[in-house]
Design a protein around this ligand. Structure first.
Ligand SMILES: [Zn+2]
Ligand SMILES: [Zn+2]
Length: 284
């Protein structure tokens, strides 16, 4: 394992519902799941269907102590949890975090609610892993592991959603999904989370042309992602939370348009890995 690299791996980049078929084969069809490795520490963000292959990879690499942070609990962000085999493994220690339901429901209650009959054959108690459920409030600064700082903020999404800014080794990666922007306005909370980031993973479910008839769904566009990254001095922009109807060819086209506007933009794909060497010169 690379101790001096901040690694980001996309396990699920599709929003709303998983898809399959030849027209989706290159970008992939799994719903939201991102892995970050900060040296020897492993963090996962969201538990969409991409969590299932992430679990297999973690087991293969012998990782048994890690964190899973939820942005929120819409189906495309939780559906993979019951199929995440590490939770049935006695040797695994997993810390679960959420803050989008602060004051309404704890992380433990949220997971209990959807992992039980009649929605699922068994209850959470069947899990043999040691599960430590933590709650936070938007704006809190989390320190899940030594040297790893995770800043949090609220996104604009029905039912609430948390954006994350992860700082480690002089590097910054932000997860900004799911969120809806207001026309001609840059969200100050998002700007704070992505300032000077090496990579911004941003909700690009729609294009600006589609946005008018999609208002209220709680999603954004690649054009808004570019504006935010430019304003915040961010260097990389991962177009993410692809609409389930978006084919590989359409994503190729969107990626090209985005790259023309912002050189660091790319459309994220299932299985894609990015590595950021530790930056010793920067102190954050
Ligand atoms: Zn979503
Ligand atoms: Zn959502």
């Amino acid at each position: 394992m690379d101790d001096d690299v901040f690694l980001v791996r996309f396990w699920g980049v599709r929003g709303s519902i998983s898809v399959s078929g030849p027209e989706f084969s290159r970008y992939g069809g799994n719903t939201i799941c991102i892995e970050m490795r900060c040296g020897k520490h492993t963090l996962l963000f969201d538990a969409g269907s991409g969590l299932r292959p992430a679990g297999r990879a973690l087991r293969a690499s012998g990782v048994t102590d890690f964190d899973l942070l939820f942005t929120h609990c819409h189906y495309d962000h939780i559906i993979g949890l019951p199929s995440f085999t590490p939770i049935y493994d006695r040797s695994v220690k997993l810390t679960l975090w959420s803050g989008h339901l602060a004051g309404r429901m704890t992380t433990r209650q949220m997971v209990d609610e959807f992992m039980r009959p009649p929605w699922f054959p068994v209850k959470l108690e069947i899990c043999k892993a040691s599960l430590d459920c933590r709650d936070f409030v938007s704006g809190d600064v989390l320190r899940p592991r030594a040297g790893v700082v995770v800043r949090t903020g609220s996104l604009i999404h029905p039912g609430g959603c948390i954006g994350y800014r992860v700082e480690w080794g002089g590097r910054v990666v932000a997860v900004i999904t799911d969120t809806e922007h207001e026309p001609d306005k840059l969200d100050q909370a998002v700007l704070g989370l992505i300032e000077d980031a090496d990579l911004v993973i941003y909700d690009c479910a729609y294009t600006e042309e589609e946005m008018e008839r999609r208002r209220g769904n709680g999603h954004s566009t690649w054009q808004q992602g570019v504006k935010l990254c430019e304003a915040a001095g961010a260097r990389g922009l991962a177009l993410f939370h692809h609409d389930p109807a978006r084919t590989d060819e359409e994503l190729d086209e969107i990626e090209k348009l985005a790259k023309d506007r912002f050189a660091g933009a790319f459309a994220a794909r299932d299985g894609q890995t990015l590595k950021f060497p530790v930056s010793l010169h920067k102190k954050r």
